[in-house]
Design a protein around this ligand. Structure first.
Ligand code: HEM
Length: 413
């Protein structure tokens, strides 16, 4: 094995997810990376990359690595408690960014807020917003799906879901979408600091929203459920609610924006699959995994940090080093999937790991799929003959995913 590896060119020469070539066709680069072993050192990011699905699932499940950004060797030092701003108060020790035990408590007590029943109720809340967006769009000959629809949906649907009243939307929108940048290791210190300041402002607004909601608690949304959870569970407090809401808006916005554009693109590139994919919410749920597999838009995967010097998959990993799990490397691997270049809306995924696995499985999975189904069904209902107006130019600037600069569609009405 090591002889074969020494014949291969260094990974830095053949793998660059920010390159134009990757944005057009990531498959050759992903396969090159996977070829180099189970845990590969990637110097440009000063990170280890975990390449194999079984290893990634074991890591997800056993959580032997840390999810705490402050455990990263290049993270800014954790400030002392008397110097904490609201951001550190929310970020350190609470909710999803807490230690494993508290994280599990948060997931357990908040599970009712993310049940299928609640998602059904939320669909009813979001539907009028989706209709309104399409009404405002009217019947143009062509339009940019990104600008007119995709960019609007995630924020609207998540703030509605949580129950942030519309009067707060303009202010909070400006500052909340950057929350996940506060712990993103691939961006500059300046950008992270600016995201931290945004988050401080967002927290002030959220505290007002929560105070207002305490006066009128029962409103059939996440915030109402979370306030009830707080009342009934010792150890779950307002800072947990704040961190959770920030995480929901942060984690739910970028992801669904990326998913919106690739869903429309993938279905229009595989028109014969639209019927099977859009038959029902359940069939879309499976088709969505195929959309994301077929498009392989992910760049960096999921970050973890070594809590101490340790041996991982036969490599010596030092305390604080970053380990990136990259499940998408398998997406076009013929050793993993039959006929990987074919888009098959009914492909069977077992296991389906698009939304993660184990204790940190995506909280918003059901919501994300329902929101996408709702919007894309409406698109095809209003414009049954819609098609791509051009091959969209890729945007290589996003640090997490390959996206489009715009997505021009011809309505053909
Ligand atoms: C297409 C859409 C989405 C995809 C593909 C996706 C995928 C994922 C994955 C793979 C994880 C695990 C990350 C890890 O292990 O580090 C995750 C976690 C998470 N997701 Fe999503 N997600 C999506 C949409 C959403 C939405 C809409 C929300 C919120 C409403 C959301 C909220 C979260 C949160 C809060 C976590 C952290 C869970 C925890 O640490 O316990 N996601 N997501």
């Amino acid at each position: 094995m090591s002889e074969i590896l020494s014949e291969l060119p260094p990974i830095e020469e053949v793998y660059d997810p920010n390159s134009e070539a990757y944005s057009i066709d990531p498959t050759p680069q992903c396969l090159e990376l996977a070829k180099r072993g189970r845990l590969v050192w990637y110097a440009p990011w000063q990170a280890w990359i975990m390449t194999r699905m079984l290893d990634i699932m074991a890591c997800w499940k056993a959580e032997y690595l840390s999810s705490d950004f402050y455990d990263w060797e290049f993270a800014p030092p954790r400030p002392p408690k008397d110097q904490w701003s609201n951001f550190e108060r929310a970020f350190i020790g609470h909710s999803l960014v807490a230690d494993h035990d508290h994280h599990r408590l948060v997931r357990r007590v908040t599970a009712p807020a993310f049940s299928r029943h609640v998602v059904d109720a939320i669909q009813r809340r979001i539907e009028p917003d989706v209709q309104k967006l399409f009404d405002e769009l009217g019947e143009p000959d062509s339009f940019d799906y990104l600008e007119k629809i995709a960019q609007e949906i995630p924020f609207i649907s998540i703030t509605r879901t949580i129950g942030v009243p519309e009067k707060y939307w303009p202010d909070i929108k400006q500052v909340i979408l950057t929350f996940t940048e506060t712990w993103n290791p691939t961006i500059s210190d300046e950008r992270r600091e600016s995201a931290r300041q945004d988050s401080n402002r967002a927290i002030e607004i959220l505290k007002d929203v929560i105070a207002e909601r305490r006066l009128a608690p029962e409103q059939d949304d996440f915030l109402s459920v979370l306030l009830k959870v707080e009342e009934e569970n010792e150890g779950f407090e307002e800072w947990d609610i704040i961190t959770l809401v920030l995480a929901l808006i942060g984690a739910g916005s970028d992801t669904t924006l990326v998913a919106q554009q690739w869903s429309v693109y993938a279905l229009l590139k595989n028109r014969d699959q639209i019927g099977a994919a859009m038959e029902s919410a359940d069939s879309f749920s499976n088709a969505f995994s195929e959309i994301m597999r077929w498009s392989t838009n992910s760049k960096m995967g999921f970050a973890r940090y070594a809590p101490q010097d340790m041996q991982i998959l036969d490599q010596a990993v030092s305390k604080g080093q970053m380990v990136l799990m990259m499940p998408h490397l398998k997406d076009h691997d013929p050793g993993y999937y039959d006929d990987p270049e074919t888009f098959d809306a009914k492909r069977v995924f077992n296991p389906d790991v698009l939304f993660g696995y184990g204790p940190r499985f995506c909280i918003g999975a059901a919501l994300a799929k329902r929101q996408l189904y709702l919007t894309i069904s409406e698109l095809f209902k209003r414009f049954p003959n819609i098609e791509l107006a051009e091959e969209p130019e890729r945007d290589t600037g996003d640090h997490n995913a390959v996206t489009f600069k715009r997505l021009m569609l011809n309505t053909n009405i």
